[in-house]
Design a protein around this ligand. Sequence first.
Ligand code: FMN
Ligand code: SF4
Length: 399
Amino acid sequence: MEKKVLLAEEQPEFGAGFLKALTMSPADVVNLMKDSGIRGRGGAGFPVGFKWELASAAVSEVKFVVCNADEGEPGTFKDRVLLENYSERLIEGMAVAGYSIGSSIGIIYLRAEYSYLMPVINKARERMTANGLLGKNIQNTEYTFDVEIRLGAGAYVCGEETALLESLEGKSGLPRNKPPYPVTSGYQDMPTVVNNVETLCAIPHIVLNGAHWYAELGLGECSGTKLFSVSGDVERPGVYELSMGSPLKELLGLAGAVDVQAVQVGGASGRTVSGSDLDQPLSFKGLPPGGSVIVFNNSVEMMGVLENFMEFFVHESCGQCTPCREGLPQLQRAVQDIVSGDVGSMEELKNYFTLTEVMKATSKCGLGQTAANCFVDIVTGFAEFHHENYQSHRRGSDE
Ligand SMILES: Cc1cc2nc3c(=O)[nH]c(=O)nc-3n(C[C@H](O)[C@H](O)[C@H](O)COP(=O)(O)O)c2cc1C
Ligand code: SF4
């Protein structure tokens, strides 16, 4: 169901959510987030209230709130729309996060390609400061908070929160071993909350309207609304806001998708569904609601799409761990073999699928754990094989 909150034309007065949060105790703000059921909008869907509770419990003089504005997933541009139009709401959300965990420093990690948005964000920051919503002893309380912007350098993996923290520290953007998690040992080894732009933009709305209101915006067991960047073969590409848990076909209806062979949901690392399977909900329990939805009509050669995705992942793998570094070129070769009709034995194909399982189970970060999703979905659902053994294998798995 289309439901506009973050993108609503009528927006609450800027700062109102933060001012209300200041009248509450930090623990009550954390509990409000827990009760609302909000989960991170950056992809992994970690519960926000729980993350903030862990950071709040960490004992440290210095803590950080980091906004992940790296938005590197192919086909995703919803955070850009929020940054362009609602930077004040974002900073307000960061201030609420900081208040609840006891942090006075916010950092926005902005992808290099969005550097043109720095003046927009800086203007929002200045407006907040001029209105007594940032700086020392905000509204004559003991609370102090300010934000700064740091630019990334273009690597997709730097969207992964620990690689992002390394990059912020001036090092190569290599994902860290976890645990420890950023909530206890993040930026400069201090407790750090990392949240997505969309997550943080939703926070002031929750503070103003309550946990129940937010929970009720979602369908079924889901909470809130979700933004989707829709592109590809649709009449009206753009960013749409729907109740979390809405069926994919509803989103496609809004965007004007008439000829649908396949839809890539949740970015290159998400899932590829067939045009005959659009009833599934966009939710953390259904199709990954990461943000990107790319529609392919029947003229598109899906194995060509897969070749592109594989090239992307081989290029973006940081090379730090073996399953991802070595596995991705193997899968890329497999795709080339399938396309050229040079599929080896059934055994060889099975080995590639086993490799996807190994990568999922043993890669160090989310990139390697999810990069093979598109291989599995597209090869299983869209590849044309003339290999007899493979056909009988598929028939077997269909039964
Ligand atoms: C390869 C990779 C890229 C990612 N890119 C982004 C990104 O661009 N933006 C984002 O918010 N989260 C991204 N994430 C997820 C972050 O690691 C992290 O879960 C998120 O920033 C936490 O915020 P949230 O809880 O508000 O979603 C990425 C994860 C992986 C594995
Ligand atoms: S899974 Fe890939 S991107 Fe992640 S640490 Fe390993 S090599 Fe690097």
